[in-house]
Design a protein around this ligand. Sequence first.
Ligand SMILES: [Mg+2]
Length: 147
Amino acid sequence: MRLFRANEVAASVFDVDYGRLWSMGVRALLFDLDNTLGRRGSKSLGDGARELLHELEQRGFRVGILTNRKRRRADELAAELAREFTILDVARKPSRKGYASVLAQLGEAPATAAMIGDRRLTDILGANRSGIYSIRVRGFRKRIESR
Ligand SMILES: [Mg+2]
């Protein structure tokens, strides 16, 4: 099914060619949280993920995080991230509403956005249905020195 197929696939968030996305006109980057910016269910971002998001903002991208994780008292990560980034928890991906809501907060349109996530049935399907460029990552892995 075409709607489940990402426009491109990368090994991890550190392997996406963000410069090329910028040349394509992408200005907003939406990230999934679990298994994309860190390990599933983790209470912190994975090594290098926070630095990557800040680097991308320095380069001019608007950054948003869209997670289906539910905010709980015991889970402080979403609240902590909300102090630094635009984040929507309980996003109910693949519903289009969450994508539209985060893009509205970032002041960008689907045509100038890309979604980066590990799951076809949520991240990729929702992005494709929303007209957002979709990038599937195989999972979170630590940043590797360039070879
Ligand atoms: Mg995920």
